[in-house]
Write a protein that binds this ligand. Sequence first.
Ligand code: ZN
Length: 149
Amino acid sequence: MFLTVHGAIGIIIGQRVSNPVLAFIFGFISHYLFDIIPHGDTNAPKKWNNLIHLALIALIDISVMILLILGMGLKVNLHQWSVIFGFLGAVLPDFLQGFYFLSGKKWFKRHQKVHNFFHFLIAEKYEWNFYTGLVLQLIFFILLITYII
Ligand SMILES: [Zn+2]
């Protein structure tokens, strides 16, 4: 799923779990659980499967996420440690994935296997087409945001 969606989930966890360490752990686990939900990205157009397109998508995703954080800063207490740690835990797996793509290091490869396991658990058999997945993630995101605010 998009980082923005994972980030919103991490913030919700941080709002409800006041211990920052627990918020981080729950945020981290939430990433894999929500990645199980098929979200169409395995059906992304093949021509996008290159470093430039992936970097561009990551850049847009991270920009939207930053806008989300800045926008929510007006309504949510983002200075609460548990919110920050819940958020960081929830987005970390995709950064580990990014490090794997860039470095190919063994430790990141191990994590990538775990990440892929959850990601393809259902999507291997039942996957949306790319655009349906995009719309579903958007709807899901709007629901999360209304829940936060
Ligand atoms: Zn992921």
